[in-house]
Design a binder for this molecule. Sequence first.
Ligand SMILES: Cc1cc2nc3c(=O)[nH]c(=O)nc-3n(C[C@H](O)[C@H](O)[C@H](O)COP(=O)(O)O)c2cc1C
Length: 330
Amino acid sequence: MSTAIGPYIIDNPVILAPMAGVTDRPFRQLCRKLGAGLVVSEMVTSDTRLWNSRKSRLRLDHGGETAPISVQIAGGDPEMMAEAARENVRRGAQIIDINMGCPAKKVCKKAAGSALLRDEKLVADILEAVVQSVSVPVTLKIRTGWCPDSRNGVTVAKMAEDSGIAALAVHGRTRACGYHGRAEFDTIAEIVSRVKIPVFANGDITSAERTQEVLDYTGASAVMIGRAAQGRPWIFREIAHYLATGERLPGPTLDEVRNILLAHLGELHRFYGEVMGVRIARKHVGWYLKTLADSESFRKTFFQIESAEVQHASVHEWFERRITRGAQAA
Ligand SMILES: Cc1cc2nc3c(=O)[nH]c(=O)nc-3n(C[C@H](O)[C@H](O)[C@H](O)COP(=O)(O)O)c2cc1C
């Protein structure tokens, strides 16, 4: 099963969802290596005047990434969004993704992200301005609507198709739902039946079996996975294997988890530098440890460490001790 975004063929229909503060370049590269068909950057603001901050500069860095490089932009002004799209393409973006799916307050205060879904005219203006501004494919990420009483996902999806959007990701919750309740896939199935562009189903997908169920139920071209990939980047190859063969791939051995984690740690330290890298590594290591039994006290110890070298050595040593005892990851 493969799907296309403009000229790009996505072989494994399992995509890493954009997550601010998580899907940085090291994590995207790791997920790609472990089977993600496509990865999407953390959102960057459409206000190019803010791009000089260290945070934005790191978000705009795509050096060494595997094609296609998909960059998400967030904002509420059509002209600024168009300019941000053009500038990102100049810096190497091969797909521009528009964020209308994120409820983050900082974005929504400026009427951006999922807050835009309330204003369909503005949605149309933004889609048109961005699609017209670049020659690369433009994708869109939405929720199913503004709130449960105003589930306008189908209308927005049709507007997206008419504007020339190349693919649409839909998170099965409304903006008002935040992350509460379970994601619903009825609206996504309806969207799939009403548009011809590829639709990616998103929300609470945590396993290969669930991926197959969601693909069967919605008819979506692919799924998008966010939180379930945190500390479990191998989920992409597990799902790819299951979709291709119907069989479950055994989880990684502890030895492999250690190797993946140590390589990830090294990339974080290199990418962010020691001070920031050590801090950012804590949350990633915390997620990996959640998949492993009896890791709580080590997690606390690890969070106190202030140096890259000691972080590396302590992870190495913790795994060594366990590997000799023969445990396995979840
Ligand atoms: C920490 C975090 C950051 C997120 N940042 C973004 C973002 O920058 N842009 C976006 O469109 N969605 C963002 N999302 C939403 C995810 O892309 C995804 O739609 C949501 O988490 C549901 O998928 P999941 O259940 O697989 O996690 C974020 C989610 C999380 C948990």
